[in-house]
Ligand binder design. Structure first.
Ligand SMILES: Cc1ncc(COP(=O)(O)O)c(C=O)c1O
Length: 421
């Protein structure tokens, strides 16, 4: 394989043999608690018996083509019972970026306008149509970008881009969005796209009211609000949808990752009215070769059935709270922990060289930390100063706390090795 694989796999250098629930087993027989879940993909854990059985059954019946199938109909019926009110139409794809691009095409078709605004720190995939909406240095040297894409500061209160403090700031970053529209755009905004919790930026949780303010600004400009729920959807944040935490129902949602429980399945969810707009709704106009194929539908149905039957949304909320309390205790203990945050099982830790300056901790430290975690039996995205913790939603509290105990020990060992205490 070419270099450029996801960092957690590349840095680990491990060959995995199998997985069960929240545990991975490598080819040498070592066990690891999985705090990554394929970066939020493995909602129902590894090889859940119901998921395995459903895919086996489907692979023996029909595997490709976009004809209606009973499995797909059952999947869509269940999905439609879980989406926010009014958002009852889906078009399916296989990757996240592909779904986000389709959402942008839908917004353009529905509004007749062309411009889109995203946020600093945002991530919506790596394809040409969304790279301009990526709010990090990742996009450096990959330009030029699609015209008509703009960015505004996100409500990252730990590292406030406007150097203010919540709540005294009055969510000034939302006000800044008005200025971006006023001074930078042609005033023809089709959509504002936002992650309810920014995943790639480090599971950054905006304060109450931020999403509502963004929605209000979208409305002022007759623009659509696209919530990119790729990571935050299907219960990960302790609510079915990340937007629920701020009482917002977007016009369009982009979904994926946890929806397929590991199978490449993504989608654009919106209203009857918007999805009927042309050219988006013309035959073949919003389709793809694999979108919602019989295997994907079987995976989606099985994953959602497990999420509902095992009440994984409530589990994410409950276990997430216990984990956050554990992380708070780690903050008291390790001075390199600058902040802990999160909702449900979408948790983040900021490692800093100095709590006052908030300078991110050195990369050498996080590389050591990653290895110290692996050595003790934990795979977690600890190779960056903005650690993201997103285990499968089926994780039990004792496993979650056992994983945190490993992280605690690994932090201790790494701090000692790097002369931090
Ligand atoms: C919020 C969000 N949107 C879109 C994507 C892109 O998904 P994919 O990697 O499947 O293209 C990601 C991937 O991490 C994501 O986190």
């Amino acid at each position: 394989m070419a270099p450029g694989l996801q960092s957690f796999a590349q840095y680990a250098g491990l060959a995995m043999a199998r997985g069960a629930g929240c545990t991975l087993y490598d080819e040498d027989g070592n066990e690891y608690i999985d705090f990554i879940a394929g970066i939020g993909v493995g909602s129902v854990g590894h090889c859940h018996p119901h998921y395995v059985e459903a895919l086996k059954r489907q692979v023996e019946r029909l595997t490709f083509g976009s004809f209606t199938t009973e499995t797909r109909a059952r999947f869509l019926e269940l999905l439609g019972s879980l989406t926010p009110e009014g958002l009852t139409r889906i078009q399916m794809f296989s990757g996240g970026a592909e779904a986000v691009e389709a959402a942008l095409r839908l917004a353009k078709a529905a509004t007749g306008k062309r411009e889109v605004i995203g946020f600093w720190g945002g991530f919506h995939g790596k394809t040409g149509g969304v790279l301009g909406l990526l709010g990090s240095e990742f996009k450096h040297h990959l330009g030029p970008f699609m015209p008509g894409q703009y960015l505004s500061p996100y409500a990252d209160c730990y590292r406030c881009p406007l150097r203010l403090r919540y709540p005294d700031c009055g969510i000034a970053c939302a006000e800044y969005l008005r200025d971006v529209i006023r001074y930078q755009t042609a005033g023809e905004i089709a959509a504002i796209i936002v992650e309810p919790i920014q995943g790639t930026a480090g599971n950054v949780v905006p304060p109450d009211g931020f999403l509502r303010a963004v929605q209000a600004i979208a409305r002022e400009h007759d623009a659509l609000l696209i919530a990119d729920e790729m990571l935050s959807g299907f219960g990960r944040t302790g609510a079915m949808w990340g937007c629920e935490h701020d009482g917002v129902v977007p016009d369009i949602m982009t979904v994926g990752k946890g929806m397929g429980g590991g199978f490449p399945l993504s989608g654009v969810i919106s209203t009857d009215e918007l999805t009927s707009k042309k050219p988006w709704s013309n035959p073949s106009a919003s389709s793809s070769s694999y979108g919602g194929n019989p295997l994907a539908a079987a995976a989606g149905l099985a994953a959602l059935q497990i999420i509902v039957k095992e009440d994984l949304v409530a589990n994410a909320d409950r276990v997430g709270r216990a984990m956050l309390a554990g992380l708070e205790a780690m903050k008291d203990k390790h001075r390199c922990v600058g902040e802990v945050r999160g909702k449900g099982l979408m948790l983040g830790i900021e490692l800093v060289a100095d709590r006052k300056s908030k300078e991110p901790i050195a990369r050498e430290f996080t590389r050591t930390l990653y290895q110290e975690c692996l050595r003790r039996g934990l795979v977690a995205m600890t190779y960056s100063h903005a650690i993201r913790i997103n285990p499968p939603l089926v994780i039990r509290e004792e496993t979650a706390l056992a994983g945190l105990a490993i992280l605690d020990e690994a932090l201790e060992a790494t701090s000692q090795a790097h002369g931090l205490r």
